[in-house]
Design a protein around this ligand. Structure first.
Ligand code: HXC
Length: 514
């Protein structure tokens, strides 16, 4: 028996060495952790249980018969994060460059099935040369099997991807289907076709970093939700973001009973809004004065910065914040902001995370660029997402709420549960200048001093419309509150809405304007 035990130990040891020490060293030299090291950082100490460690491929072409490493280039299993079950897979670049063959794909598919059946989040760590070339179409089939499972799991359990090395070709579509995708700066890239193919097709010269590096995807394409300086910080971010999410769509996020109040006093909110309505302020300051200390976790921080999205806690309750950012493009809603917001609202709604909307929006961005690129159908995504969301929805209008953007930003009319406005709120069809020029065109054209008359009309318009009280009279605003009262109102709102039940009509699925 002793021989058999030591035989097992030998096999296990071989499996844990992946592609061997020299390839592990190469991985380290590049500033990357190995698949197993990454899992160790990600999970609670000693909680990982590996599955399929001794799986090997069954292929013989291209010399594969003599090269059958244990694990087949992916480490899969389960463990805990903050004491809660998660399933995890990490591609092992030291084995066939982490490339995906049949056995590798089957291990991931099995894991996704377990996550679905047991209602627990899945985390995928990508570091792979893509489809295993020697296995041909079988590896393409393996990818398709994973895409299908990712789609079936979508909205049932949280799925989080981290790109920690190459991720090219169709392989990018698995992370793209998942809920959140993170990258590591400098060591990871994602693209459908690499720089060589790009050059041969379009003659463009571009580096891998410029084509699909972390900066490009977080700032320009919006494919990636956040990037981190190294593997460890990225993995810690995954641990953090999981704490805001429940295990699955049937559960609610955990409430933390101990929390720190915001840094700064509630009274600081009273002085945040500038007297001049055209002067910007940073909505991050409002967020940090409202939420429990150091709990704000930004999502898509560098993309469409005119809209802030992120998770936070307030009075221990997990929330998703959607906030216009007056400090960037005056907080206007454009195509990118609409798409970003819509995706985040749907993520929160799918996993029962209440939405807190902070509103200061002058409207949708005018212009040919926006119209020709479809602001109508993209803006409709945000509208649709807020309309269909059934989680508790709390809205605070801090300043501007103009035009269609007023309706879209979780207004009372689209099932906002608690809608508050600060005394600085301006709720109207449009700003004074635009309105006066339409309403009084004839008078202004024939006036001797058109500027003075326009100013007089504007003053009158502002007095009548640029305030929260008309909306409050109609019941579209539940309460006009002092800024310093906001945190308490939101906490109470979250408490009384904790058992909210609201169901949309029965349907196969809605048809969000994609
Ligand atoms: C088999 C692969 C591989 C692959 C890398 N390797 N990619 N083996 N299939 N796709 C192996 C290499 O042979 C090498 O083996 C080891 O992994 C490390 O690769 P290196 O090239 O030495 O590493 P590096 O210089 O860091 O370059 C990494 C790389 C490069 C940029 C990823 O390997 C590369 O370009 N690979 C091909 C990428 C690709 O075109 N994949 C197909 C994409 S299309 P040894 O034994 O020497 O260590 C696709 C379609 C999916 O994936 C469609 C889904 C629908």
């Amino acid at each position: 028996m002793t021989d058999r035990y030591s035989d097992l130990d030998r096999r296990r040891e071989k499996a844990t060495l992946g592609g061997g020490q020299s390839r592990i060293d190469r991985q380290h030299d590049r500033g990357k952790l190995t698949a197993r090291e990454r899992i160790t950082v990600l999970l609670d100490e000693d909680s990982f249980v590996e599955m399929g460690q001794l799986v090997r491929h069954q292929f013989t072409d291209f010399g594969l018969a003599d090269n059958r490493p244990y694990g087949d280039g992916v480490v899969t299993g389960y463990g805990t994060v903050h004491g809660r079950l998660v399933y995890v897979y990490a591609q092992d670049f030291t084995v066939f460059g982490g490339s995906l063959g049949r056995a590798h794909a089957s291990k991931i598919v099995q894991l996704l099935d377990l996550a679905l059946q047991n209602g627990a989040p899945v985390i995928g760590l990508s570091d792979s040369g893509g489809a295993r070339i020697q296995e041909g179409v079988v590896s393409l089939g393996g990818y398709a099997d994973i895409f299908l499972k990712n789609t079936l799991l979508s909205g049932v359990v949280p799925q989080i991807s981290a790109i920690m090395g190459p991720c090219a070709g169709g392989a990018v579509y698995s992370p793209a289907i998942t809920d959140l995708t993170f990258m590591v700066e400098g060591t990871s890239y994602m693209f459908v076709t690499g720089p060589d193919v790009v050059h041969s097709v379009t003659q463009e010269e571009v580096t891998a970093e410029d084509l699909g590096g972390a900066a490009m995807h977080t700032e320009r394409s919006g494919v990636v939700h956040a990037a981190y300086p190294n593997d460890v910080v990225c993995l810690e971010a995954i641990r953090t973001v999981l704490s805001y999410l429940p295990q699955n769509c049937e559960e609610q996020p955990e409430i933390h009973t101990s929390y720190q109040p915001p840094a700064g006093g509630a009274g600081d909110l009273d002085t945040l809004i500038p007297e001049n309505p055209n002067k910007p302020y940073d909505m991050h300051d409002v967020i940090h004065l409202l939420v429990d200390r150091e709990t704000f976790f930004p999502v898509h921080d560098q993309f469409a910065r005119n809209l802030i999205c992120g998770f936070a806690r307030i009075g221990g309750h997990a929330i998703g914040i959607v906030a216009n950012q007056p400090a960037h493009l005056a907080g206007v809603l454009d195509i990118d902001a609409s798409v970003k917001g819509a995706r985040f609202v749907r993520l929160c709604d799918a996993f029962n995370v209440p939405l807190v909307t902070l509103e200061d929006v002058p409207g949708f961005l005018p212009g040919t660029d926006q119209e020709w690129n479809g602001i109508i159908r993209h803006g409709a995504k945000l509208l649709y997402a807020f309309c269909e969301a059934t989680v508790p929805k709390l809205t605070v209008i801090t300043r501007k709420a103009y035009g269609g953007a007023y309706d879209v930003m979780s207004s009372k009319h689209i099932r906002g549960d608690m809608n508050y406005a600060w005394p600085s709120a301006e709720i109207a069809v449009m700003g004074a200048k635009g309105a006066v020029r339409i309403l009084h065109r004839a008078a202004l054209q024939s006036a001797d001093d058109a500027d003075a008359l326009e100013e007089e009309f504007s003053r009158d318009y502002r007095a009548r419309f640029a305030n929260p009280y008309v909306a409050a009279e109609h019941g579209y605003i539940d309460e006009v509150i002092h800024p310093r009262e906001t945190r308490d109102r939101i906490i109470t709102g979250l408490q009384v809405l904790r058992n909210k039940v609201l169901n949309n009509p029965r349907k196969k699925h809605g048809n969000i304007p994609l």
